[in-house]
Write a protein that binds this ligand. Structure first.
Ligand SMILES: Cc1cc2nc3c(=O)[nH]c(=O)nc-3n(C[C@H](O)[C@H](O)[C@H](O)COP(=O)(O)O)c2cc1C
Length: 232
C-alpha cells in the first residue's frame, strides 16, 4: 500500500463505488501531471469503507467511463488550475479530429478577473463563468479551412472547434477537473473583449476548475427513439 501511495501522490485519485458508477467522488491529491488520471476502484462491499486498509486496483480512467460520467459543472472551487494543466487540456483539444487535418481552431486562455467578468456579462449574465479560475475560449478559425474547402470550410471550422471543445471537456473530467460548454453569448461582444479577428468566431467558452458540485446526470432520449437502422 505504501508503494501505491507514492505512485499516486501526483495524480488525482477517484474512488469509484462499484455499486454506483455514476457517483464518482473525486478526492484531489497534489494536482495533475498528465492525462493519465488514476482511478482506485473500491473493491469492498460497503461504499463508505473506502480507503487504504482495503485492497484496491489501479487503472486509468477509460474513455467510455469519462464519456458517461462527465457532467456540466457550474460551481467551482477556488483552487487554481496550473498553466501546465491548462496546456494539457489544450493538447487534448488540439488532438481532436479536423477536416483535412486543417485544425481550424484556436484557443484563448483567460485568467484576468476583469476579462472573465466581461465575458460572463456578455454570456447573458451567466455570472458563474467568472467564478472559474480559468476560461478556455475555443475559436473557429474560418480561413484555415476555407482556403481549402471554400464555403464548406466554414462549417468544417465550426466542427473542428466543436470536436476540440468536447475533447477538452472529457480531458478535464478525466483529470479531476470540471467544465461546462457555454454557447449562449453575444458573439460580437466576446470577439471585442478578446480581440478576436473578424475572420474568426468564438465557438465556446469553457470555464475550467475543480468541481464544487456533483450534478446528477441529465436525461437523454431512449436509444431506440433516436437510433435508425439502415434508413431514417
Ligand atoms: C452548444 C451548447 C451550448 C451550451 N450553452 C450553455 C450555456 O450557455 N450555459 C450553460 O450553463 N450550459 C450550456 N450548455 C450545457 C448544456 O446545458 C448541458 O450540456 C446539457 O444540459 C446536458 O447536461 P450535461 O452536460 O451535464 O450532460 C451548452 C451545451 C452545448 C452543447
Amino acid at each position: 500500500m505504501r508503494r501505491m501511495s507514492s505512485i499516486v501522490t501526483d495524480y488525482v485519485i477517484f474512488i469509484v463505488h462499484r455499486r454506483n458508477h455514476n457517483r464518482i467522488e473525486g478526492s484531489l491529491r497534489n494536482g495533475v501531471k498528465d492525462l493519465s488520471t488514476l482511478i482506485i476502484t473500491d473493491r469492498c462491499s460497503t461504499p463508505h469503507q473506502k480507503c487504504f486498509n482495503l485492497s484496491f486496483s489501479l487503472f486509468f480512467m477509460d474513455c467510455l467511463t469519462a464519456i458517461l460520467t462527465r457532467r456540466s459543472v457550474r460551481r467551482f472551487r477556488k483552487d487554481d488550475v496550473s498553466d501546465e494543466t491548462v496546456m494539457k487540456l489544450i493538447e487534448a483539444g488540439n488532438a481532436a479530429p479536423s477536416a483535412g487535418n486543417l485544425q481550424a481552431r484556436d484557443f484563448i486562455v483567460v485568467r484576468d478577473e476583469e476579462t472573465k467578468l466581461k465575458l460572463a456579462v456578455a454570456s447573458v449574465r451567466q455570472m458563474f463563468i467568472a467564478e472559474a479560475p480559468v476560461l478556455i475560449v475555443v475559436v473557429a478559425n474560418y480561413p484555415r479551412s476555407m482556403r481549402v474547402y471554400g464555403d464548406r470550410g466554414k462549417i468544417y471550422a465550426e466542427q473542428d472547434a466543436a470536436a476540440a471543445v468536447q475533447n477538452i471537456l472529457l480531458a478535464a473530467h478525466a483529470m479531476g477537473l470540471a467544465s461546462v460548454w457555454i454557447g449562449a453569448y453575444d458573439d460580437e461582444k466576446v470577439s471585442e473583449i478578446l480581440n478576436i479577428p473578424s475572420y474568426a468566431r468564438p465557438a465556446a467558452i469553457l470555464p475550467v476548475g475543480y468541481p464544487a458540485e456533483n450534478p446528477r446526470p441529465r436525461k437523454r432520449y431512449a436509444l431506440e427513439e433516436i437510433t435508425h437502422w439502415e434508413k431514417w
